[in-house]
Design a binder for this molecule. Structure first.
Ligand code: ARG
Length: 571
């Protein structure tokens, strides 16, 4: 079922043409934000009039004359040439009924694509820390939205499992008693720190570490098996985080840096073949005119160091080629920290120039800012270290349990624990997803766990309240949806705009649009519920209002699910 804007669009475009406006001129149809401007507004007439050098109001009159809208009760011209459309309540009611009976609230895309979503991508030498939170949950929400729309989504977890740090880790592993190795690796962070201290302080250890890097790269079996053991444990740690976070990444989505090892020399020689490679201070580099450094000196992208080693950029070039040639993708979307902007710009440009990636394949970097603590500094533990993500999530669950216990002491403890788990994780996720992706944001426990404002607990609670209306209403007779009150009109209209918000996320990777939509929807429902009694209404009205409530509950649950957030029956 097309959105209201889409439905209106075809009628309006037709009327615009009949009014003599050149084909291709955008109609720009938007929901009016104020009831005095009707339900929808056509904003494109002024632009058209400017191009045609004619009076916009006169042009608007021509368009209105040709506009045959059976779903409108009134069409009027306003201001310098806006056209306001008032939709008929019967038509809106009928749309609500259709939505309620459709199998999915999410509109399937007309053009399904194969889309690679690159997200999370922690470095496996250490445990996941708070710096990995944003990529993991924003990327996951984005991937959920695209698959719900019917795209073929390929999740790629580009984990860092290769590099000099692993020499150091292997050296430290080999020095442990085999019996307590497993125990020691239970805390990877600690293990890494110990290895690092030794690397910095013991020359013999550092020497051994370098030696193991060479052996590892040469495919030495003992080194490989220790490395594999380490990677395996580290991935288990990641999986525990993903599970706690209700994030869909699994082992199958792990496509590690090491998977591209064999391709790295090929990448370098192919860059050479197409004439993109040049040597600078012994290193193999690519210089592109669009990347200039300070003093207008060309900026290199190094693909092979003078000692023969390959770099992060080389691996990303190999990954781009794999995604194009093997995964046959139409679009590749990266959820990576804004600080890697230049790196990704460079590899995208090189991959296109070298034709590792087709010209029409869309490469997008969905950058994000940093998570800050309450004093506005990058998030650290009390002792100044990086916070392990798993510990932050455990704290979230504990805090949510406390909040729920205070609000609802009557619920038995097991259920409160279960609710606390969902609410705590949801609060952390939603606090992040609801912020504009590109800016830094402040991580604030009290704000995110509040039952008021644009938070997960507020939305989850709104959902439980609607569900409790249904429990109280008992058996429901199905009568027609009838829209009479302004708050019913407002709620119904907003319910019909769900897919516009979803589309926005799919296009621009901006989950905060969907969050804002759901927050406004919950607010509109509250306004409706206060103005329009449900349980005390006579049966026809009650049935109609219950259907609006039902569609609201479904929309809230579906929208939250797209964000990777679950709902409960009570909390
Ligand atoms: N491992 C990288 C890091 O921790 C992130 C990987 C992002 N994805 C990519 N294809 N470069 O910074």
């Amino acid at each position: 079922m097309p959105s209201i804007s889409q439905t209106l669009e075809s009628f309006v475009t037709n009327a615009m043409q009949l009014a003599g406006i050149p084909e291709g001129t955008p109609a720009v149809i938007k929901p009016s934000n104020r009831p005095e401007f009707g339900d929808y507004q056509i904003n494109g007439i002024m632009g058209a009039a400017k191009k045609m050098r004619t009076n916009p109001r006169v042009l608007a009159e021509q368009v209105v004359k040709h506009l045959q809208l059976t779903m409108a009760t009134r069409i009027e011209i306003a201001g310098p040439g806006f056209i306001n459309i008032y939709l008929s309540p019967e038509w809106i009611a009928q749309q609500v009924t259709e939505k309620l009976s459709s199998a999915s609230l999410i509109e399937a895309t007309a053009e399904p694509q194969t889309i690679v979503v690159d997200y999370s991508g922690p470095n496996l030498a250490k445990e996941m820390h708070v710096g990995h939170l944003r990529s993991t949950i924003i990327g996951d929400a984005f991937a959920r939205v695209l698959s719900a729309q019917g795209h073929h989504v390929i999740r790629q977890n580009h984990v860092g499992d290769w590099g000099t740090q692993f020499g150091m880790l292997i050296a430290h592993m080999l020095d442990q008693d085999n019996n307590d190795l497993a125990l020691q690796l239970a805390d990877l962070e600690q293990f890494y720190r110990e290895a690092k201290v030794r690397f910095d302080e013991e020359p013999a250890f550092a020497e051994a570490a370098r030696h193991y890097v060479v052996k590892l790269q040469a495919g030495d079996e003992q080194c490989l098996s220790h490395w594999q053991q380490f990677i395996d444990i580290s991935l288990q740690h990641c999986e525990a985080v993903y599970q706690t976070l209700n994030v869909l990444l699994t082992r199958d989505n792990v496509q590690p840096e090491s998977a591209y090892n064999e391709q790295l020399p090929v990448i370098v020689s192919d860059l050479d073949k197409v004439g993109l490679l040049s040597e600078s201070e012994g290193a193999q580099c690519v210089f592109l005119d669009e990347f200039m450094g300070k003093n207008n000196t060309p900026l290199p992208t190094i693909v092979q160091k003078s000692d023969g080693g390959y770099l992060y950029a080389t691996t990303d070039l190999a990954a781009l080629r794999y995604r194009q040639e093997t995964l046959k993708t139409d679009r590749i979307v990266y959820f990576v920290d804004a600080r890697q902007n230049l790196h990704l710009k460079q590899v995208f440009a090189i991959a296109k120039k070298a034709q590792f990636v087709a010209e029409e394949t869309r490469l997008e970097h969905m950058a994000f800012g940093t998570m800050m603590d309450k004093s506005g500094r990058p998030f650290k533990t009390r002792t100044g270290g990086t916070t392990k993500l798993i510990e932050l999530l455990e704290e979230a669950q504990q805090r949510a349990f406390d909040v729920v216990s205070e609000k609802n002491p009557d619920i038995d403890e097991a259920e409160r624990l279960a609710i606390g788990k969902i609410v705590g994780i949801s609060a952390v996720k939603y606090a992040d997803l609801s912020k504009n992706r590109t800016t830094d944001y402040i991580f604030d426990w009290d704000a995110m766990l509040s039952f008021e404002g644009n938070t997960a607990p507020y939305l989850q609670y709104a959902y439980t309240r609607i569900r409790s209306i249904f429990r109280k209403a008992g058996k429901i007779d199905h009568h027609k949806v009838v829209i009479t009150e302004p708050s019913e009109h407002q709620l119904a209209l907003q319910l019909l705009q769900f897919n516009t918000a979803v589309d926005h996320v799919a296009k621009d990777g901006v989950p905060h649009y969907l969050c804002n939509y759901l927050f406004e929807l919950a607010g509109n429902f509250m306004t409706f519920y206060e103005a329009c009694p449900i349980l005390k209404a006579e049966p026809n009205t009650q049935s109609s209002r219950l259907q609006l409530a039902q569609l609201t509950a479904n929309t809230l649950a579906t929208g939250l699910k797209l964000l990777g957030i679950n709902t409960m029956e009570r909390m």
